[in-house]
Design a binder for this molecule. Structure first.
Ligand code: UD2
Length: 310
């Protein structure tokens, strides 16, 4: 169970804590920092040794210095279709301030209402590309077709334009820095609804007829489709595979339980992320925030589902 993983990994971290550095602290008093900064309350490494990013586990100054040497460009794909255009300003305004601050970012905004995109003064290293997209009558299709659109754009443009690509929901706001600690080859965000539940939780698609099906007893983390990414080539493989699953399900008259999120979870179960973001990186405002979520970096904007979707 994930509780079992918790215990195993925390004791692993306790053993590593004798190293003479604390990556979670600023300043140079390494020995004191070591004691005050380690986190023993959360899982820090997945069972396949991918880091899980929590506040207090890294030093942003060190990461920034390393990252600057590479001169990477990061792309962010986000969709604002139909009534979701109302979320553009909050998303872009907060992302301009908090998302990879000081680093090069291209925001790719897909919308069926380009004329409604508010003008926002972006930082000089940030660029906004508005890409017209058709709408679909069903909100599930808007959300699921993102995978296809992202895969096609990687093939036609983004593989020449960006090094890393992240897909994000638009109905979110950022409140704290989301920095280069999110950069890795294949990155998933642990769902804020699921991080405490055992792996047999009922969010996975379990019906064997669906291409998103995960057999009972299998599964590790449950990932949110609102924020995932990685190198442009890995995100291409992910989105292409997930959309293939969506298409095959459609041909069989099936729609997975949580739409493209179900297909994402199937993919990430068998292609393990190289880095996991803790629920700090997508906190659902419907939930009461427990103590382990020390920082709410990004959270959903409360919305009346009936009103915005129909
Ligand atoms: C969950 C997932 C979401 C997606 C969805 C599918 C999380 C936190 N979010 O969110 O990623 O998997 O379930 O069931 O796990 N959109 C529009 N116009 C619409 C409808 C959707 O632009 O009319 C876009 C928009 O970018 C939005 C995204 O699709 O952020 C996902 O839709 P949602 O936020 O309504 O889905 P939600 O909250 O159920």
């Amino acid at each position: 169970t994930s509780a079992g993983h918790h215990q195993r990994c925390n004791s692993l971290f306790a053993a590593l804590a004798v190293l003479p550095f604390c990556l979670g602290c600023r300043g140079s008093s390494a020995v004191f920092s070591l004691i005050s900064c380690r986190r023993t309350d959360v899982l820090l490494v997945s069972p396949w040794l991918a880091p899980i990013v929590w506040e207090g586990t890294f030093n942003r100054d060190i990461l920034n210095a390393q990252y600057r040497q590479k001169n990477f460009v990061v792309g962010v794909a986000t969709f604002a279709v139909k009534k979701y255009v109302r979320f553009i300003e909050g998303f872009l305004g907060s992302a301009n301030k908090f998302f990879l601050s000081g680093h090069r970012v291209n925001f790719y905004l897909f919308t069926d209402h380009p004329e409604k995109v508010p003008s926002i003064n972006l930082a000089p290293e940030k660029r906004l590309f508005i890409i017209p997209v058709q709408n679909y009558s069903r909100w599930q299709d808007i959300s699921m077709n993102r995978m296809d659109i992202i895969s096609n754009h990687i093939h036609s443009h983004w593989r020449y334009e960006v090094d890393y690509l992240y897909s994000m929901d638009i109905d979110v706001q950022m409140f704290e820095h989301i920095g280069v600690e999110i950069i890795d080859t294949l990155v998933g965000t642990i769902s804020s609804w699921q991080y405490t539940k055992p792996r047999d939780s009922n969010s996975y698609e379990r019906h064997p007829e669906s291409r998103a099906a995960i057999p009972h007893g299998e599964g590790d983390f449950y990932y949110a489709a609102s924020f995932y990414g990685g190198s442009v080539s890995e995100v291409y493989k992910l989105t292409t595979a997930c959309f293939k699953g969506v298409t095959e399900d459609r041909a069989n008259g099936i729609e997975a339980k949580w739409h493209e999120e179900s297909h994402l979870n199937k993919y990430l179960l068998y292609h393990k992320p190289t880095r996991l973001l803790s629920p700090e990186y997508y906190w659902d405002e419907e939930l009461i925030r427990p103590r382990i979520i020390r920082v709410k970096r990004l959270s959903s904007v409360r919305k009346d589902l009936q009103e915005v979707r129909f």
